[in-house]
Design a protein around this ligand. Structure first.
Ligand SMILES: C[S@@+](CC[C@H](N)C(=O)[O-])C[C@H]1O[C@@H](n2cnc3c(N)ncnc32)[C@H](O)[C@@H]1O
Length: 304
């Protein structure tokens, strides 16, 4: 096949796949079409530079397109998801890391007091946050805690890839107390805790089919009437694990800024609380600093 025939086939494939994905309601049809075509072409090179295609290109692309038309997430089809500088392995049954969570690593750098060498990632999922820290903060060590066995195994792979020998995964249910989790209780004091826990309240059903049908329920719904049962467990464990001056960065839903601060006050042990908003002005992260004792925390809200 000549280079110009390859280019014609690719152009037709891009137009046809984009059209099909658009009709199926995929939010970014041309971006996804390009990714599927690149995958079917088994290349990392830009499509315009290709001068040949695998013999089974058309069959592969058809299969990939059908999967995406059925609203299977692009990341699961490709088997990987970008997160900060990393390309993480992802797998069915494990929460797909989201771009909005990436900000947690910047907040850690910004708000950490003193050197940061030991970090715990609570509710680690694929290990996205811990892996990013290992990748970007040389010399740090990460303990990732996750209840789901499939996610824990995936986190171990992603941590090892990002920082060989510096990450460890503990399979544990954080709603259990310190007596039931002696290994976690013994992991402190640490410099920082990062967490993107499940936090959706029970009545809030996600709108996108990709989320509703593919992210595991345990990764989405935080438990209790307000969805904050697991986040409250994250606060309690952070209070226990952090050294004085250590910092917790925890993601939450845009409607939970005040509730997260209130939960941190009720938990006790933090001397400064901050709600960080995203670019659209929505509350998205709690930053909490571990105090020496149990003073009433000061609090503020920051807009980025
Ligand atoms: C929203 S996902 C986030 C995963 C990852 N931190 C990320 O940002 O991509 C929440 C994760 O918490 C885990 N999880 C839920 N309840 C838990 C619990 N009680 N103890 C430990 N992990 C829990 C879920 O299995 C899921 O992997």
């Amino acid at each position: 096949m000549s280079a110009s025939e390859v280019s014609t086939r690719l152009r037709r494939a891009l137009a046809g796949t984009t059209e099909r994905l658009g009709r199926a309601g995929v939010p970014s049809p041309s971006v996804d079409a390009r990714a599927l075509i690149t995958h079917a072409a088994r290349t990392e090179r830009p499509l315009v530079l290709l001068d040949e295609l695998p013999v089974d290109f058309a069959e592969d692309l058809e299969q990939l397109t059908r999967r995406r038309e059925s609203r299977e997430p692009l990341q699961l089809i490709l088997g990987r998801a970008p997160f900060r500088r990393l390309m993480l392995a992802v797998r069915p049954g494990v929460f797909i890391p989201r771009p909005e969570t990436e900000l947690a690593v910047d907040l850690l750098r910004e708000h950490a007091a003193g050197p940061v060498s030991s970090i715990v990632d609570l509710c680690a999922g694929s290990g996205a946050l811990g892996a990013a820290v290992l990748d970007e903060m040389p010399g740090t060590r990460v303990l990732a805690v996750e209840v789901d066995p499939g996610a824990a195994a995936l986190a171990a792979e992603n941590l090892e890839h990002a920082g060989p020998g510096r990450g460890r995964v503990l399979r544990a249910d954080l709603t259990a107390g310190a007596q039931e989790l002696p290994e976690l209780a013994a992991a402190g004091p640490v410099d920082a805790v990062l967490s993107n826990p499940p936090y959706i309240p029970p009545e809030a059903i996600p709108r996108e089919a990709e989320v509703r049908e593919h992210d595991p329920e345990r990764a989405l719904f935080g438990g209790g009437a307000d969805g904050l049962e697991v986040p409250r467990a994250v606060l309690a464990w952070s209070r226990r694990l952090l050294r004085p001056g250590g910092v917790l960065v925890m993601e939450h839903a845009d409607v939970q800024g005040e509730a997260a601060r209130t939960a941190a006050v009720a938990c006790g042990g933090f001397d400064h609380l901050l709600t960080v908003r995203d670019l659209t002005g929505r509350d998205r992260f709690l930053v909490a600093r571990r105090g020496d004792g149990d003073p009433s925390p000061g609090s503020e809200t920051l807009t980025r």
